[in-house]
Unconditional design. Structure first.
Length: 376
């Protein structure tokens, strides 16, 4: 039944998507003026063999695919390409490109709506205030559907997977990886405050053209029973992420969630999917695993240095940013200040960049609260 109200909402969605899509062609450059700061404090000795992604299977594609304006023919040839190759072709990664000046958030309502929620307004506003010159978008579920349909037209598996996800929390998780893979910039949950501009997150001495992904630590529980509380000994947070478009970690997690979803859809296990599996399926557990797999992938890193694999030990107890290849890992204070444990500093710590409003206490189940609220 197409009521007048629905027709209006639909029209508003279309206009918003058109607006986003046309504007995204004039890529903003503000983030590029990120000033360098105090040194790259720690090095692990791992050097990326080729910081720009190289797919071992997609060589024919990569050469042609990276060229601008390579035509329709190649797109047709892609119909039998693997999911990862299609994603690489569609969203090529260039580590030397600029960090796009986008702030992406998702919520049930736009800030223009009376239903937005007064308690979120100051937090949402902090992102605009700290990022003049950035494009700041709060994407609703309805707009997300249209935006993704535009961005992922040529990778229909991704759209099928997104539509098949049975819970809003899963879609909210998936959306952040999808938008960063396609457009880059900063994604941050709607209940986060920007304490410092993303332009100040990276240490000064780290050249911007050598970094493609900036992540923070969610949990570093130095206690024997850590597994009772967290899924991984070091857990990277995914409520705030900064990336350049096409980063291999994002490509991999998008491919992973797409395949896992379609497999589950095919064998009927999406129905009756349990809340407590979200962390492994789309949340911080698979995010953390994907990052570690990348850091130990000989396709990207020279693993012959004799130093062995990068593990949680590399990042435990860190108080300064750490660069590994084209990834910068920020200490726990940066995205989790004020939690009063696991070595995190307070909100006024110079390394505190983003404040996350946890409802209740610092418990794993509360870490995932945002998705629970993003219901239809
Ligand atoms: C997705 O990632 C998880 C965690 O690393 C892994 O166990 C799983 O096999 C991956 N699935 C696919 C389809 O790549
Ligand atoms: C369905 O597929 C998923 C993803 O591959 C797998 O983890 C799960 O064990 C399968 N379930 C059944 C009942 O076959
Ligand atoms: C390092 O990681 C790779 C990939 O995860 C694994 O195959 C290998 O066994 C690991 N090596 C060591 C020494 O742990």
């Amino acid at each position: 039944m197409l009521t007048f109200r629905r027709a209006l909402i639909f029209a508003a969605c279309i206009i918003t998507v058109l607006f986003l899509v046309t504007r995204s062609h004039t890529t903003p450059t503000k983030a590029d003026i990120i000033p360098p700061q105090d040194g790259e404090r720690t090095k692990t000795g791992y050097v990326p063999t080729n910081p720009v992604s190289t797919s071992s299977t997609g060589k024919a594609l990569s050469a042609a695919g990276r060229k601008k304006g390579s035509g329709q023919q190649i797109i047709q040839d892609l119909s039998r390409a693997s999911l990862r190759d299609k994603l690489e072709y569609q969203f090529p990664y260039d580590v030397e490109s600029k960090f796009p000046a986008y702030i992406w958030q998702t919520w049930k309502y736009t800030p223009a709506s009376g239903d937005f929620g007064e308690n979120f307004r100051p937090a949402e506003a902090s992102w605009s205030e700290k990022h003049p010159g950035f494009i700041h978008e709060v994407i609703t579920d309805q707009v997300a559907v249209h935006l993704l349909r535009h961005l992922y037209t040529s990778v229909p598996e991704v759209l099928e997977a997104y539509n098949a996800l049975p819970m809003p929390v899963l879609k909210a998780d998936f959306f952040r990886y999808l938008i960063l893979l396609a457009r880059g910039g900063v994604y941050s949950d709607i209940d986060t405050w920007a304490l410092k501009s993303a332009a100040e997150w990276l240490p000064e001495s780290v050249p911007r053209e050598s970094i493609g992904l900036v992540i923070g630590i969610e949990a570093d529980p130095d206690r024997p029973d850590w597994a009772d509380w967290y899924s991984r000994r070091i857990q990277f947070c995914q409520w705030t992420i900064q990336s350049k478009p096409g980063h291999p970690v994002l490509r991999e997690i998008v491919a992973n969630i797409t395949q896992e979803t379609l497999n589950k859809k095919a064998n009927g296990s999406l129905k009756g999917f349990k809340d407590n599996k979200v962390i492994e399926f789309t949340g911080p557990a698979v995010w953390t695993d994907t990052i570690f797999n990348f850091l130990n992938d000989e396709k990207y890193f020279d693993m012959s240095t004799g130093k062995g694999n990068i593990t949680w030990r590399e990042f435990s107890g860190m108080t300064a940013a750490k660069k590994v290849g084209d990834v910068v890992v920020l200490p726990i204070t940066s995205f989790s200040p004020g939690v009063q444990q696991m070595g995190a500093g307070d909100y006024d710590d110079p390394m505190a960049f983003v404040k996350h409003e946890f409802e209740g206490t610092w418990k794993p189940e509360n870490l995932r609260h945002i998705g629970v609220e993003v219901s239809k």
